[in-house]
Ligand binder design. Structure first.
Ligand SMILES: [Zn+2]
Length: 310
């Protein structure tokens, strides 16, 4: 069953949604932003379910048992619409807005008290489509609610942004991701590499290549304090295996040392925290070098020597 309690983290946004539903004071449009897998789609759907829920008596919404909740659960809610690119297209154009929103918007809700339009991939809206949408956001019927999810608000016209309540989903604390993975029977270690995103942790779990990356990261870490220059250069050679997707390796390393840094800082262990911070800088330097098209082998040599403090 859909429920706010199924969503990890994002407490402030959840509370805002719950309160505004209790008080019947919904904005006409919401813009939920956050990285891939951060939970914004799930949050949008739970919010829509709560906004449509007919449960009475001040109980928790969505209640899970009223007609609206049952319709949501079975994916057949007559007053909920997902606005997406037309078949085979990558962007949402003006025509899509006209067809998927325009005609429906001005007819009263079919069955429930509100009519909700969710945009699962708001990044796909072209500027022209945003302008078409803007016209609708300027004078929407009272029953209409727009929930747009996107990676960032930057791609939106300022006029659209200003008409929406902005809700920024921040990365979750690593412990929360760890807790989720544990409860789901998955390896909690993935949390260190997921950058605060449960979705990212799940996709790492499904990626067989990642296990190899992870193993290599652990090997680097295990040898870093006692490595000789020869060891470091042999690790650099081994890094050639990751040449096809260097950013995956560097991101994994960065997340691993980032987790170390937070753990040391939390325990106020200053020296190891400083060491982890220094290693993060080495990794950022390698990333920057590769983005400037520096040679892969040379960059890895410098990185492995740097990580070992040589
Ligand atoms: Zn309900």
């Amino acid at each position: 069953m859909l429920g706010f309690n199924k969503i990890y983290g994002h407490e402030a946004i959840k509370n805002l949604f719950i309160k505004s539903i209790e008080l019947e004071r919904l904005a006409q449009a919401y813009l939920l932003t956050g990285g891939a897998g951060c939970g914004k789609s799930l949050l949008a759907e739970v919010f829509a379910a709560a906004a449509l829920c007919e449960g009475r008596g001040g109980g928790v919404k969505p209640c899970g048992s009223c007609a609206a909740c049952r319709a949501m659960e079975s994916g057949s809610c007559a007053d909920l619409f997902f606005v997406t690119p037309a078949d085979g297209r990558k962007t949402i154009g003006v025509g899509d807005i006209r067809e998927q929103v325009g005609d429906r918007l001005y007819e009263p809700p079919y069955r429930f008290a509100r009519k909700i339009f969710i945009f699962p991939d708001g990044d796909a809206l072209t500027p022209q489509a945003q302008n078409a949408l803007l016209k609708m956001l300027e004078e929407p019927p009272d029953y209409a609610v727009f929930i747009i999810t996107a990676r960032s608000a930057e791609r939106f016209l300022p006029t659209v942004r200003s008409r929406a309540a902005l809700c920024r989903l921040l990365p979750l604390h690593e412990d929360l991701v760890r807790e989720y993975l544990k409860k789901a029977g998955l390896s909690p270690d993935l949390a260190a590499f997921a950058g605060g995103s449960i979705g990212a942790a799940l996709s790492l779990r499904d990626n067989p290549e990642f296990e190899k990356t992870l193993e290599f990261c652990r090997k680097i870490k295990a040898s870093q304090n006692s490595a000789s220059a020869l060891d470091a250069l042999s690790l650099a050679k081994e890094a050639e295996n990751f040449k096809a997707a260097p950013s995956e390796l560097l991101d994994a390393l960065y997340n691993m040392y980032g987790a170390d840094l937070r753990a040391f800082a939390a325990k106020n262990e200053k020296r190891p925290a400083r060491e982890a911070g220094r290693r993060l800088e080495e990794i950022l330097r390698a990333k920057a070098a590769l983005s400037r098209n520096a040679g892969f082998a040379m960059t890895m040599d410098a990185l492995m020597l740097g990580l070992a403090g040589l």
